[in-house]
Design a protein around this ligand. Structure first.
Ligand code: UT7
Length: 322
């Protein structure tokens, strides 16, 4: 059985944090942040606004913006997140309860900033297996709760947000060939630990905050993503000319520009959410899709290459037909 994304929406919390916020707490400037990352502002969840709550808000947007869509018959919920409100119960089961979706299987998955694409790939497989017919896939993060606000190399990057896609059977293939991969030897270059003190035999901080080796991740991302965009196109017997848009995880505008330059694709066709929302990890791809859809850019039948990458270090990509 083929599958398709029948609806997609995204939500970002109300509280806007512009770059001047950081000028007051660390040694930085709006000019440095914009020129080195492309980020103009990001959103922070309000006190008590949880990751599962912003998933629910994204679902409400999905229903409001797609009058023909309802939650009747949703049989599985996948929430990709690195910033769950708690380890157990899962975010997916909290969403199930709030939205009153009876009999849905529920799991959270963790693949950092690649999580949303991993979720789509799992949903595609479940539809192909014939076991499930209506799956909600979320990428949702409240990164602001896990940000070290004293570390100027990382605190300026992160924002909060949630996206949701509805995956259902399709007569023709619309989630085409996909790609996944990981190099776990880079584990210590991007981590968030509440309990462990060692990764790959090397010491890490157990402070519940995100730590990264920005330069290493940056270089790995550009190299890996450029290679995998090509690999994904080959797997689908396509070339860049067959694509209408590319959405890479919005980690840093300079990573996206470097990949576009490396593969020879115009920046105007790279859809991003970095300027408005910062790095929102697993939510960044649906947020970019939603911004472009609202701007009237994405049309029915468009072909898009999606590629996420992050902590692991891991990546996942898919080509989808809208
Ligand atoms: O979501 C997926 C995972 N994350 C990523 O993909 C992140 C990838 N990495 C990056 O986005 C970039 O490496 C950063 C934005 C984190 C850093 O940018 P950079 O261009 O690699 O800067 P840098 O680390 O080379 O630092 C350049 C200078 C340094 O000063 P010196 O040593 O040259 O005097 C830093 O101390 O900029 C300084 N710096 C800052 N200055 C003002 C670092 N952070 C800041 C800051 N404000 N916030």
């Amino acid at each position: 059985m083929n599958s398709q994304i029948t609806a997609i929406a995204a939500y970002a919390p109300e509280k806007r944090i512009d770059n001047t916020y950081f000028e007051k707490i660390i040694e930085t400037s709006d000019e440095w942040i914009v020129s080195r990352t492309g980020i103009k502002e990001r959103r922070f969840a309000a006190e008590g606004e949880s990751t599962s709550a912003i998933c629910v808000k994204a679902t409400e947007k999905l229903l409001n913006e797609n009058p023909g869509v309802d939650l009747e018959g949703v049989d599985f919920i996948i929430v990709a997140t690195t910033t769950a409100d708690q380890v157990m119960p899962s975010m997916a089961s909290q969403v199930q309860n709030t939205l009153q979706i009876p009999n849905a299987g529920c799991i959270d998955i963790m693949a950092a900033c690649a999580g949303f694409i991993y979720g789509l790939i799992l949903a595609k497989g479940m539809v192909a297996a014939g076991t499930h017919k209506k799956i909600l896939v979320y990428g949702a993060e409240c990164l602001s709760r896990f940000t070290d606000m004293t570390d100027r190399t990382s605190c300026i990057l992160f924002g909060d947000g949630a996206g949701v896609a509805l995956v259902e059977p399709s007569e023709t293939p619309k989630i085409l060939q996909t790609i996944t991969g990981t190099d776990g030897s880079y584990g210590k270059d991007l981590y968030l630990s509440q309990t462990a003190t060692v990764v790959n035999g090397e010491e890490i901080k157990r402070d519940g905050k995100i730590h990264q080796n920005g330069k290493v991740v940056f270089k790995w991302a550009v190299r890996t993503i450029a290679q995998n965009a090509g690999e994904l196109l080959r797997k689908n017997n396509m070339t860049l000319d067959d694509l209408d848009w590319i959405i890479l995880h919005s980690a840093n505008l300079r990573i996206i520009e470097a990949v576009a330059n490396e593969i020879g694709y115009p920046m105007e066709k790279m859809l991003t959410s970095i300027a408005q929302f910062g790095n929102t990890s697993s939510a960044s791809i649906p947020l970019a899709w939603d911004l472009a859809r609202q701007a009237g850019k994405i049309k029915k039948g468009n072909k898009m290459l999606l590629l996420g990458f992050g902590g692991g270090l891991t990546y996942a990509g898919a080509i989808v037909v809208v």
